[in-house]
Design a protein around this ligand. Structure first.
Ligand SMILES: [Zn+2]
Length: 663
């Protein structure tokens, strides 16, 4: 273990005494990524157990996740033979193997979700279930450490011979992440040690001077860096670097198409654009950022910035989703962002969140948190039904009403990925830095942790965000001291206000940046942040041809949409326009409806619709001025995008045509 890591471990154990009880263990100090000793981390994750969520938008989602989603998915994993695939190997059940070759990872992700839930506090029933599953999984592990339910029996000879598609290393990555998460929840090393055994088998047999390895589906890179952070064993970091170095192109005879699609197989630092399979690319970027955080190799950060700008300037949906093409579940060309055909897999939006969390740690720049918030509230949140038991694999931005939510998919990667993301949420709200503490996301909660100089710190947020505009934050240092609290001012909040102990802060508050408040903080100091929650219209770059003549409506972090059930008396939601003045200052009425869609703010706006269905009109006709009776006026009702498709299948659109002119 490097000396700085030992020092940090000692510091964190000492610091724990301020907040947790005296018997606190090092594993309780580890956050979503354990980057406390990462040389390039400007911000450091706080442990999930240090953040207690209050009532609000995400806590009700998290409750549904624990009480409904997680139990229901385990039943389905059992029903579809995913656990039996392990029992079959251990001889506990005599059954056929079921499902695609990557099903092991679906169980591991479910296990990680449970472990992350347990980091917020013990739930004996879930813990017992997890322990039983760990026993089932490890009973199937071979003495060598190898563990995979697909490459067994007559397929044993094919192990590591078809890494372009085998997902063996992908499954190992998820096994390690689940093991690490459970270790951080309870200090229980059983699953972690099983993962380490397989990782040691890999490191011992593969590499430049041994057999070639390739992550045909990147994911293992970030798991190995996290394993290094957890154990201090540099071999895992080295192996992640080997995978990212892409040196095996020749030995594995990879084609150009493969290296584009897999986002693997050439040096990561040679990449200039996001292409190929979106989840693969986003996980590769996450792993590369983790690698940079530990090694500081500048070419990595340059490449990551280039790829990030390619994403936000050309390939990111307004919902935070990525990967527009169904074919290959892939990124498209710049501005290729179709609405109805949008693929935008839930996993890709989640991977986007994970990548940006790492970029935020590396840079401290608010633009990364901004992408996280966009993805979290919209393209990720849409992935799970309000009931918690139906899931979107695709998250399109327009629909004629096809079935979009299902309890199960043959490739059921998204449901457990959503579950582990919601379970991890407390760990994303805050960070610390050498100068103080960061508040990234607003939600009623209490951070009970410490500054990096060891002084205990409690931060308590009270807010009704994203419905309300006010966030009250109480600051309680264990001893009065000078440090900074950084509040993220969202880019969309054009007019934000802050008062400290009732006195308005007069300095300019810049949208899209962190506002640093540095002072000598006393116990009980309070800040009141007020954000600009006025509904707003957003237009797309005209190069995004599909959205020409359209706008979308946003309020706070939420993207809104029109869904058919909210527009009674309308022929079709596709036969409408938003009438805007010459100066498009939107005139919305906002109404919070507590009993509707789990409690949402609906927005209403004047609309224009055709008197008769457009489907009755000819496909083409001479261009001419329309008869005034062609359209009628009505009121359009918009709901948050994440809440669509919760009343059965229905037509929906995010980008709405507008008519501009004097009213
Ligand atoms: Zn998925």
């Amino acid at each position: 273990m490097p000396w700085h890591r030992i020092l940090c471990l000692a510091v964190s154990v000492l610091c724990l005494r301020f907040t947790l009880n005296a018997s606190a263990q090092p594993w309780q100090a580890q956050g979503i990524i354990h980057d406390v000793a990462s040389p390039q981390a400007k911000l450091h994750s706080v442990p999930i157990c240090a953040v207690k969520m209050g009532e609000g938008f995400w806590s009700s989602r998290m409750r549904t996740n624990v009480e409904k989603s997680i139990p229901a998915l385990l039943e389905l994993l059992e029903e579809h033979g995913v656990v039996d695939n392990f029992r079959r190997l251990s001889g506990r059940k005599n059954v056929e193997r079921k499902g695609p070759l990557y099903t092991d990872s679906d169980l591991y992700k479910w296990m990680e979700a449970v472990a992350l839930v347990l980091q917020s506090g013990d739930r004996p029933e879930l813990r017992v279930q997890l322990d039983k599953l760990i026993d089932e999984v490890l009973a199937a592990q071979e003495p060598s450490g190898y563990l995979n339910t697909y490459y067994v029996g007559e397929r044993t000879a094919k192990r590591f011979t078809e890494m372009q598609g085998s997902h063996e290393l992908y499954c190992l990555g998820h096994l390690l992440q689940a093991g690490i998460a459970y270790y951080r929840a309870a200090g229980n090393r059983k699953l972690l040690d099983g993962g380490i055994k397989f990782a040691d088998y890999l490191v011992g047999n593969f590499g430049p001077d041994k057999r070639p390895a390739l992550t045909g589906h990147p994911e293992l890179e970030m798991a190995l860096v996290e394993l290094y952070r957890t154990t201090g064993d540099r071999r895992y970091l080295g192996f992640a670097g080997y995978l990212l170095s892409g040196v095996e192109r020749e030995r594995l005879k990879l084609t150009d198409d493969q290296i584009r699609y897999l986002f693997s197989g050439v040096p990561f630092t040679s990449r200039r654009e996001l292409e190929g399979h979106a989840v693969r690319a986003m996980y590769a970027c996450s792993g590369a950022t983790d690698y940079y955080l530990e090694t500081g190799e500048p070419a990595y950060l340059q490449t990551l910035e280039t790829l990030w700008r390619d994403m936000v300037n050309h390939k990111l949906y307004i919902t935070g989703g990525v990967g527009s093409r169904a074919e290959g579940e892939a990124f498209g060309e710049p501005y290729e962002l179709p609405n109805a055909q949008a693929y935008t897999e839930s996993c890709a939006a989640i991977a986007n969140l994970m990548w940006n969390w790492r970029m935020l740690a590396a840079t401290g720049k608010a633009r990364f948190a901004e992408v996280m918030e966009r993805a979290l509230y919209n393209g990720i949140n849409s992935g799970m039904s309000l009931s918690g038991t139906l899931y979107c694999y695709r998250n399109p931005l327009e629909s004629t009403g096809e079935q979009i939510r299902n309890p199960w998919y043959d490739t059921t990667c998204c449901p457990p990925n959503l579950e582990r993301t919601f379970a991890a949420l407390p760990g994303y709200l805050y960070s610390t830095s050498a100068r103080g503490a960061y508040v990234h996301f607003y939600h009623s909660s209490t951070l009970d942790w410490h500054l990096e100089n060891g002084i205990g710190l409690k931060l308590s947020q009270e807010t009704n965000y994203p419905w309300g505009d006010a966030v009250s934050i109480k600051v309680e240092p264990a001893a009065p001291s000078e440090f900074s609290v950084y509040l993220r001012i969202p880019g969309w909040s054009r007019q934000s206000k802050l008062a400290v102990n009732g006195t308005p802060v007069v300095s300019a508050i810049k949208p899209g940046e962190y506002l640093e408040i540095r002072r000598s903080w006393q116990v009980g100091d309070t800040m009141l942040l007020t954000l600009d929650m006025a509904p707003r219209l957003t237009a797309a770059n005209p190069r995004l041809r599909e959205n020409l003549g359209r706008v979308t409506v946003e309020r706070g972090p939420l993207v809104y949409c029109l869904e058919a059930p909210d527009q009674p008396g309308l022929n079709s939601i596709f036969d409408v326009w938003l009438p805007l003045g010459t100066e498009p200052s939107p005139e919305f009425q906002a109404e919070f409806r507590p009993d509707f869609l789990g409690g949402v703010m609906v927005l209403r706006h004047r609309g224009i619709a055709t008197a008769k269905p457009l489907t009755d009109e000819p496909l083409y006709e001479t261009f001419q001025k329309r008869d005034p009776g062609f359209v009628k006026e009505l009121t359009l009702t918009l709901i948050p995008y994440y809440a669509w498709a919760n009343r059965g299948s229905a037509a929906m659109q995010v980008w709405i045509p507008y008519l501009q002119g004097p009213r």
